[in-house]
Design a binder for this molecule. Structure first.
Ligand code: NI
Length: 254
């Protein structure tokens, strides 16, 4: 392969990587993956992400509390995130946002999300946004913070909404979902988004791309996401990867 790519979202602290984490990380370069970003869900795995990113020059961390922690987080946890993000390998706050899919507490989620948006604003860090069944509320909160930029992680919304996020300064990130045979809508949206506004990710160990669906996802499968994006944009993989890596370098300050 004649290109290099980054995985801008892989949960390398997940227990599904416990038995082969070191081997997997040390084979990233031979699989074309030059850098990787480890996002977090809780204070506990934010600390793990920081530790792991200190072990390898090409790994970076994002610290944050996921909206599905709405029942569990405390104000002290938010204060801890504000301290953890001073880490020298921390390049974003995330993943944060809103998720109304399962039973949830809307007000607690909004409070958690806004508290972390304020931290991002204060510390001048970008945000990695998770949104599910809550895209309008997510947008309404993001637009209250015009100085914060970020990434719409594993995007599966409409093109109309994507345009609004792009106008706010957000990148649109595609995951393995774009490779799924039945993901017609995501493919159509991807084809319309300018490559200059796009990122790729795996969200591993989840969302494994075609043809490995059902197996554990790994950062190296970001190549399959890139291949699909290049195809949809009518570009070579080399052309697409160069622009997408530049986008990631821009948002994460790599
Ligand atoms: Ni994720």
């Amino acid at each position: 392969m004649d290109y290099k790519i980054y995985d801008t979202h892989c949960h390398l602290t997940d227990e599904k990587f416990d038995f082969d984490r070191k081997k997997l990380i040390e084979s990233l370069h031979e699989n074309n993956v030059e850098k990787a970003m480890i996002p977090s869900d809780t204070v506990e795995n934010s600390i793990k992400a920081i530790e792991l990113s200190h072990e390898y020059e090409f790994l970076y961390n994002a610290v944050g509390i996921h909206p599905e922690e709405d029942k569990n987080f405390t104000d002290e946890d938010i204060a801890t995130i504000s301290k953890l993000c001073d880490d020298y390998k921390c390049k974003a706050i995330g993943e944060i946002g809103l998720d109304y899919h399962y039973e949830h507490d809307k007000e607690r989620q909004k409070y958690l999300f806004e508290s972390q948006m304020q931290i991002a604003d204060e510390k001048k860090l970008p945000v990695i946004i998770h949104t599910r069944d809550a895209i309008q509320d997510t947008f309404d909160i993001l637009k209250k913070y015009p100085n914060v930029r970020g990434i719409m992680h594993s995007y599966s919304g409409s093109y109309e909404m994507a345009k609004l996020f792009m106008n706010l300064g957000y990148y649109i990130s595609f995951s393995g979902v774009v490779t799924f045979k039945n993901a017609k809508n995501v493919k159509e949206v991807c084809a319309k988004i300018p490559i200059e506004k796009m990122l790729v990710e795996t969200d591993s160990p989840y969302l494994t791309p075609h043809p490995y669906r059902g197996k554990r996802n790994e950062p190296k499968y970001v190549n399959l996401v890139l291949q699909e994006v290049a195809f949809l944009k009518n570009l070579t993989e080399k052309q697409a990867s160069e622009i997408i890596c530049r986008n990631a370098d821009d948002i994460f300050g790599w």
